[in-house]
Design a protein around this ligand. Structure first.
Ligand SMILES: *Cc1c(COP(=O)(O)O)cnc(C)c1O
Length: 419
């Protein structure tokens, strides 16, 4: 007999969900449960694991750093892993990003980005304070992140605490110009501080993809109105969309960018917010009231920074891009059989992300279809967590064709069982 666990799990309705699976080991693209079951991690443990679980180079870097320095206050002090990492990030991210602010989660990196934007305008003597965001966006679960994200069942109880944001329609196919026109109109009002977007893919909003030219168009409109452009690359970064960062495909440099999830290869929590020099400069003053008043206790944790540096070395040393291309090609190939299949709609793919919507009578996020599919996949040894009726696959880059075949075969089978 086991006694009831005191753990309160994230995004989990304990009253109806089965007991959590006890995982005792991770290796490559696979998880091992305490009862011996092997489970293919088809969603990279919530989109964070890029090179696979326990990549030896990252594990070694963590061990070596743990022998030297575990943690140190980051105000007034610094350390080599953070200094090296910041320099490398400035080198590999879009050219205009010159300063690096460390934090510990994607949500926090978004809060930091919003605070940088408002600080920038305030220190320039402007009261621009409105944020624009895309409909269907997800930017994290803190109050600021929820405020700029789509409103719905997830945040209804907290609505009184959320600040007002103006929404720009999602650039659905054929409606791209409407998005740019709405953005332009919103920018005219003169009170806008920044636009925040997930470049090329709205992740938690349902894996909705839009083309690079629209991303470039949004950046162009913002630049014309001198409005800050914030790229939330927390999910899209580190190769997910087929390039190291999604903004590269639109050939744009955001004014502020957030990166987290794959930053440490998915091994330890770490996030960064990068910004243009003039945003740092707006806070640079003998006047202490202009200080950027933000910190997380574990800001730039040395072990996490060492893991991130090891991740960057893997990108240099190993054929990561080739692996990503191979997964992208495999997705293309396997999705083909579902494109004319009336059980599915909106079959889509970008880089290592594949998604398709299962036809269902009740398709909302709270409908039973998501949990039923989840249980079906799990029974087949696959970790797949549909968003409502949207099934998506976002595997670690070390996944094999055989691993992915298991998922696609299960998609085919489960679609028949789900009516
Ligand atoms: C996951 C995610 C976040 C939040 O990151 P956490 O580390 O979970 O706080 C923010 N923005 C986007 C686009 C995300 O996908």
């Amino acid at each position: 007999m086991t006694s009831r666990s005191p753990v309160w799990h994230p995004f989990t309705q304990h009253a109806v969900q089965p007991e959590a699976v006890m995982i005792s080991k991770g290796e490559g693209a696979w998880l091992e449960a305490a009862d011996g079951r092997r489970i293919f991690d088809a969603i990279s443990s919530w989109w964070v694991v890029t090179h696979g679980h326990r990549h030896p180079h990252i594990m070694q870097a963590i061990k070596q750093q743990a022998d030297r320095l575990d943690q140190v206050i980051f105000a007034g002090f610094t350390h080599e892993p953070a200094e090296k990492l910041a320099r490398r990030l400035v080198e590999i991210t879009p050219p205009e990003l010159e300063y690096v602010f460390f934090s510990d989660s994607g949500s926090t990196s978004v809060e930091v980005a919003l605070k940088m934007a408002l600080g920038f305008w305030r220190h320039h003597g402007s009261n621009r304070n409105r944020i624009l965001a895309l409909e269907g966006a997800y930017h994290g679960d803190t109050i600021g992140g929820m405020s700029v994200g789509e409103r719905g069942v997830f945040n209804a109880p907290y609505d009184p605490l959320l600040f007002d944001v103006q929404r720009i329609p999602f650039p659905a196919a054929g409606r791209e110009q409407a998005t740019l026109d709405a953005l332009d109109a919103a920018c005219m009002k003169g009170d806008v501080a920044a636009l925040i977007v997930e470049p090329l893919v709205l992740g938690a909003g349902g894996m909705l993809i839009y083309p690079p030219h629209v991303l470039a168009g949004m950046k162009r409109v913002c630049a014309a109105h001198e409005i800050l452009f914030i790229a939330d690359e927390v999910m899209t970064g580190w190769g997910r969309t087929g390039t190291l960062f999604a903004c590269e495909q639109a050939d744009i440099s955001p004014d502020i960018a957030c990166y987290s999830k794959g930053l440490t290869g998915g091994s330890l929590p770490l996030a960064v917010t990068l910004c243009r020099a003039d945003i740092f400069d707006a806070h640079y003053s003998a006047d202490r009231s202009r200080t950027f008043f933000h910190s997380s206790s574990y800001t730039a944790n040395p072990i996490a920074c060492a893991a991130a540096l090891a991740n960057l070395e893997i990108w240099q040393r190993e054929p990561v891009m080739e692996r990503i291309s191979a997964i992208a090609a495999f997705h293309q190939d396997k999705l083909a059989r579902f494109r004319d299949d009336e059980r599915f709609s909106n079959v889509r793919q970008i880089g290592t992300i594949a998604a398709l919507d299962l036809a269902a009578k009740d398709a909302g996020y709270l409908a039973d279809i998501g949990p039923r599919l989840y249980r079906g996949f799990l029974a087949r040894g696959l970790l797949v967590r549909p968003l409502g009726n949207t099934i998506y696959i976002m595997p670690p880059y070390c996944s094999t064709a055989h691993d992915l075949d298991l998922v696609y075969d299960a998609v085919d089978e489960l679609a028949d069982e789900s009516d």
